[in-house]
Design a protein around this ligand. Structure first.
Ligand SMILES: NC(=O)c1ccc[n+]([C@@H]2O[C@H](COP(=O)([O-])OP(=O)(O)OC[C@H]3O[C@@H](n4cnc5c(N)ncnc54)[C@H](O)[C@@H]3O)[C@@H](O)[C@H]2O)c1
Length: 467
């Protein structure tokens, strides 16, 4: 008996950076029967070349920019185009790809501009193209369980949904103070850049579009006036607070200390002492690392966020990036303008309310949720170091753990690969795009919520969301 195997869905990639290479490129390498990249575009030679080599892409299919990849002369080279460029560089490549006949996998946010979001959706509809927006969290076991619990009626009717997006001090410092998302003009307001995921989850779990919104927030901490006395422009210029500052850049990028919770960031005195000793006796550490793989990370941290600052991941290469690029700047002098905390409240039909707390001064990275129903409460946390959901029923005052999972350092708790599995099924016609939940129409609801929140915050009043 012969087994019929479907050929992999084929794709071209524009933007071979963190998402393009490490999330979706990785999926294709691990699932060659499902997804195959045939071409790539990126002006950064090192990144383009790395992707080309990973996926065995011919030289004539490696382009310096999306403009050449989607030029009419090239026609349509594959089934779908992945748009994984930075936030303010989605619109033009997305339109060009749609016009060239591709379906899209489009990174979030769709665009920092509302009219551009609408224009992409309108062109896709006109040309009958499918768009999967990368709201990857919908595909995690954690959020699927939350949705299932709410829909089952286990806590009765939802009255209030409370969602916190706790961005850790080191991650916020990396992305929203020193990095790509530090300025609204070059990326997006933080509620769109970071929390379009959170708003998408709120809309999905409650199962309705909000009617109105109020919001307040500020940039309070990561400002020049909060710099310690004598702090230079860069951590590498001999900062007097190097031993005590949690944002001291070499610790984040050279040894990964805040992520590993070692050195200054170790929770106990003994671990702090041992880590300090080890870091100051690198030869001994190097010897011990032959017996313990984990120790190698301390010698040279070569995962996120180090992978963002340079392609030369040697200690010297990273130090050069810190001395010359934005990631070595003093955290208080990075010339950033996005808010570091924002509280937003939505009113939904039927008197239901939802709150989003977004902030960049958390000790732990992760989301926390409480859903208050007429019969009970759901509580959950979704962090890099573990996940848990409990349900408490008013009648028995009993709290049951209904979901628990351990450490998930990458891949958004399974969401990145879950989104890709869904995309492959959509492309093969096994599920319809709307059923997948992350089609452009669904995705834009979260964008409308973010744009409205910003309008309400700046106007300092409750704003209505139009249909
Ligand atoms: N879905 C998620 O959970 C998630 C997580 C992080 C980031 N993102 C989003 O993904 C997108 C990409 O983020 P990233 O961290 O991978 O960014 P990145 O900066 O690592 O990668 C972007 C790449 O685009 C390339 N590029 C620039 N100009 C180009 C051009 N003209 N043609 C082709 N490529 C070009 C850059 O050289 C770079 O390699 C952003 O919109 C970001 O907000 C989504």
């Amino acid at each position: 008996m012969s087994i019929h195997r479907e050929p992999p869905v084929t794709a071209v990639l524009t933007g071979a950076g963190l998402r393009g290479r490490e999330a979706y490129g990785e999926y294709a390498l691990k699932n060659p029967g499902k997804l195959k990249f045939l071409a790539v575009a990126d002006p950064d030679f090192e990144r383009r070349r790395a992707f080309q080599l990973d996926h065995n892409i011919a030289d004539n299919l490696a382009f310096e920019s999306w403009e050449t990849l989607f030029s009419p002369g090239n026609g349509r080279l594959a089934d779908a185009a992945f748009i994984c460029t930075q936030d303010n560089l989605h619109y033009h490549p997305a339109l060009a790809a749609l016009n060239s006949g591709y379906h899209l996998v489009l990174e979030k946010p769709v665009s920092p501009n509302l009219e551009e979001c609408r224009a992409i959706a309108a062109l896709a509809e006109k040309e009958h193209r499918k768009i999967q927006v990368c709201h990857v969290l919908r595909f995690t076991a954690f959020w699927r369980k939350i949705k299932e619990l709410v829909d089952s009626g286990r806590i009765g009717r939802v009255i209030h949904y409370d969602h916190s997006e706790n961005v850790s001090y080191w991650h916020f410092g990396h992305s929203y103070v020193r990095g790509n998302y530090r300025n609204e003009a070059s990326s997006s307001p933080v509620i769109l850049a970071k929390s379009c995921h959170d708003l998408d989850l709120m809309y999905w779990v409650i199962g309705a579009k909000p009617l109105s919104v109020q919001s307040m927030g500020d940039l309070t901490h990561y400002r020049p006036e909060n710099a310690p006395a004598g702090a230079p422009e860069r951590c590498t210029d001999g900062c007097p607070e190097a031993e005590t500052c949690p944002w001291y850049a070499p610790r984040t990028y050279l040894t990964g200390e805040p992520l590993l919770r070692i050195g200054l960031h170790a929770p106990s005195r003994t671990t702090r002492f041992l880590a300090h000793f080890a870091l100051n006796h690198r030869r001994a550490l190097s010897l011990l690392s032959h017996f313990n793989k984990g120790l190698r990370s301390i010698l040279n941290w070569n995962r996120f966020p180090a992978t963002v600052i340079t392609t030369d991941l040697s200690p010297a290469g990273k130090m050069k990036a810190l001395k010359e690029g934005p990631y070595g700047k003093c955290i208080f002098k990075a010339v950033n303008d996005v808010l570091d905390h924002q509280i937003t409240t939505y009113r939904f039909p039927g008197g239901v309310t939802g709150t989003l707390t977004l902030h960049g001064v958390s000790e732990l990275e992760g989301r926390e949720i409480r859903i208050f129903g007429t019969k009970g409460t759901i509580r959950g946390y979704f962090r890099y170091n573990g996940e848990q959901i409990t349900v408490t029923d008013f009648r028995y005052s009993k709290t049951n753990i209904v979901h628990r999972a351990g450490l998930s350092m990458g891949g958004h708790g399974g969401g990145d690969f879950g989104l890709m599995d869904s995309f492959v099924k959509v492309m093969r016609g096994e599920i319809n795009p709307h059923e997948a939940g992350t089609d452009i129409d669904n995705a834009l609801e979260a964008h409308y919520m973010a744009f409205a929140a910003e309008a309400a915050r700046t106007a300092q009043r409750e704003m209505q969301l139009a249909d």
